[in-house]
Structures are given as C-alpha cells and as structure tokens.
Design a protein around this ligand. Structure first.
Ligand SMILES: NC(=O)c1ccc[n+]([C@@H]2O[C@H](COP(=O)([O-])OP(=O)(O)OC[C@H]3O[C@@H](n4cnc5c(N)ncnc54)[C@H](O)[C@@H]3O)[C@@H](O)[C@H]2O)c1
Length: 364
C-alpha cells in the first residue's frame, strides 16, 4: 500500500498528511492517531453510510460513537455544533476522546471547530472525502461555522493530529463536485509553482478521468504547496493571503448569485480567470499567460467568466469593498504563472473592465 507523506509544521505542532489509495482500511496508519480508547466520528448523512463501516472495521479496539449531520452548507452552524457537543456530553466523552472528521469541507470545518471548543480542545483527525477538502479545506487548521450575517464568521485556528487522504473516496463523488475541486488544484499551480501548473495542463484529462496515480500526485503536490505557506504564516498575517487568489472575485460571484447556485470551486474558476485578466490589464502578467490560465480553467469544465446577470451587482459589490478600506481594493494578482502577489491599491476602473469583459484580455 503506497502512499505519500507530507509533514506540516505549525509552530510547535507537527502532523502528517497521508495521500494514497486504500488508506481508510489501513489500521496501522490510522490507529496511532486515536490516542485514547474512545473516538467520536462526525460525518454527514451522505458520506457517513459510505465510509463509516470501513472505519468501524479498522478501529476494532476503539469505542467509536458516530454522529451524522444533515448534508449541506446550511447546516454548518453553531446550532449543529451545540447539538454535537450535547451528544459528546451525553455519551460521556472526555478530553481523551479523538474526534474524527469524515466528509467534505462542511463536515471538516464543523467537526474541526467542535474539536477546538469541546472541553477547550480535544484531538482530531481529518479524513476529507471531496477533492476540494483534500487539496484545500483539510490542510492548515482553519475551522469555522457560518452565521446568518456571514460565512465562516465563528471559528478557530486548530490543527489536527493527522490528515488521511484516501483517493478512493473520490470514486463516489459527483462529477460536478470533482471538477469544482480542480479549480483549487489549478490555483496552487498559478500561485506558487509554474512546473506544477504545466504538469496540470499536460495531465488535465487524466485528472478529470480520475487516474489514481495522477490524482495522488495532484493532491500531494497541492497539499505540499499549501503546507509550506501555512507553516510560514498560520494565522494569515501575510503570505497565507496568497491562497485567496481568485477568491475575491469568486466570493463576489457566490454572494451575488446567492450561495449554493454555483459551487465554491466554480466561482473560484471564474475568479482565477478574472484575476489573470486584471493582472494583464495592469500590465503585470503577459497576455499569453492569462490565456493559458483561461484555457486550463475552460478545459477543466469550469466557468471562465461571471454570469451575465450579476455583472452590475459584482461591480457594486467590489466598489463597496473598496470603500470599506481606505487603501483601495487589495487583491491577489498574478505576476507570472507560479507567482501570485498582493497588490494593495488596484484601480477601480480596471476592476470594472475585468468584470464587464465577456472575453478575457489575452493573446494566444
Ligand atoms: N477550512 C478551510 O481552510 C476551507 C478551505 C476551503 C473551503 N472550506 C469550506 O469547505 C466547504 C466546502 O467544502 P466541499 O466543497 O467539500 O463541500 P461539501 O462538504 O458540502 O461536500 C460537497 C458534497 O459532496 C458530498 N460528498 C462528500 N464526499 C463525498 C464522497 N466521497 N462521495 C459522495 N459524496 C460526497 C457531500 O455530502 C456534499 O453533498 C465550505 O463550507 C467552505 O467554506 C474551508
């Protein structure tokens, strides 16, 4: 059973991220991270029934309680955390219990936050089962739930004991969710590694066809890139902000359309193309590189521009953002493929041009 290990060091805490096939049934790998004799599995009604039985078979000497949340972003709330805590208390779980998060980013964020606050913090293990969670949400220790007034408004930085990424779990993931995850893979190449970006371009078909070796490499390299940045800047005081490449436009699209209309990764896909387009308009990025970014996003099956019906709203949302900060709109842009930078004062007129452009500014 071959797998790759990426070691992430955050301050004094160090933990492994394992990436490979058939890892859920690997008792030798999982068992050491359940320190006590009890564990509490948090999953949802879709993912739990698929993979919890395997975990039960593997953790035979562990008393494993299970709690399945309803499926969906709408349930990433403090109410669900309170309800989960009530189950933990009712079943007598102490600080020796390990929380196991099994699912996509919604479950990972909710379970991670529960682990951070239950009795002031219990150990937890992330088992992400969507591509987006495997290459992004499960790595780096950001945990949070939503509030009616904003997404991820209640949260904590809380690192897991280990992240176990079994690439086989992606076999049951709906295609649209898989493609959404590819947006974050593309993002990692654009922001930090031109060789990886070229590899993604060359292997995109294999990624979309879920070739196991190619997927393992893509996930491991993405986790490595994210780990290096998080190790440097856990609390997002500086460099970690680069991971938000494409996300300012993406969040504006999600918010203008109403959350849930487009998947997060779909909005990030369009956001990456828009960030590249704006970088070209700012004369920072060669138009041919903006073209490469647009092509790979399109070939992945992701949207490459915002929906026409929200263009006016987007312009308004972005300028409202600008007014909120004295320094003008701070955006993550692309200097070259493999190098994202924070640009503190982006001219509003160019942002408006990018939002309105139905064809990105790019040469062949
Ligand atoms: N903490 C972070 O750093 C971070 C980073 C990015 C995103 N996020 C958060 O992640 C969330 C989005 O995560 P997501 O895209 O994984 O969505 P998700 O967790 O909602 O999962 C998407 C859908 O796929 C289903 N699913 C999951 N794994 C499956 C599998 N193997 N087979 C079949 N179905 C499966 C889920 O039940 C759900 O219906 C958002 O709440 C976002 O805020 C967090």
């Amino acid at each position: 059973m071959l797998y790759e290990t990426i070691n992430l060091t955050v301050g004094e805490h160090q933990y492994p991220i394992y990436v490979g096939s058939d890892l859920l049934s690997n008792a030798d790998l999982l068992r050491p991270y359940v320190a006590g004799r009890r564990a509490f599995l948090i999953s949802n009604e879709t993912v739990g029934p698929l993979f919890a039985p395997t975990l039960r078979q593997v953790l035979t000497d562990v008393e494993l309680d299970e709690h399945f949340l309803p499926d969906g972003e709408a349930f990433k709330t403090l109410d669900r955390v309170t309800e989960t805590v009530e189950h933990l208390i009712a079943r007598g779980h102490t600080r020796d219990t390990t929380i196991v998060a099994l699912g996509g980013g919604v479950v990972g964020d909710t379970a991670g936050f529960t682990a951070a606050v239950y009795q002031r913090g219990v150990p937890f293990v992330q088992i992400p089962t969507t591509l987006l969670a495997q290459v992004d949400a499960s790595v780096g220790g950001k945990t949070a739930v939503n509030h009616a007034l904003g997404k991820n408004m209640i949260g904590a930085f809380y690192q897991p004991q280990a992240v176990v990424i079994d690439t086989d779990t992606l076999n049951s993931l709906p295609e649209r969710e898989r493609i959404a995850g590819v947006a974050e893979v593309i993002k990692h190449g654009i922001m930090a590694d031109k060789t990886y970006f070229a590899w993604v371009e060359a292997h995109l078909e294999n990624i979309l066809a879920q070739d196991p070796e190619v997927m393992s490499h893509a996930i491991a390299r993405s986790c490595q890139i994210k780990s290096e940045i998080v190790a440097d800047d856990e609390k997002e005081k500086g460099r970690r902000a680069l991971l938000n490449l494409g996300h300012t436009f993406g969040h504006a699209i999600e918010s203008a359309l109403g959350y849930g209309e487009w998947l997060h990764g779909e909005a990030v896909g369009a956001g990456l193309v828009m960030a590249a387009d704006l970088s070209a308009r700012m004369k920072m990025l060669a138009p041919s590189d903006a073209f490469r970014i647009r092509s790979v996003v399109e070939k992945a099956g992701l949207p490459a521009m915002p929906p026409l019906q929200v263009v006016d709203q987007l312009r308004e949302l972005m300028s409202r953002d600008k007014k909120a900060s004295d320094a003008g709109l701070r955006l993550i842009l692309v200097r070259s493929i493999g190098e994202a930078v924070v640009v503190p004062d982006v001219p509003e007129a160019l942002i408006a041009e990018t939002i309105s452009a139905r064809e990105a500014l790019c040469g062949g």
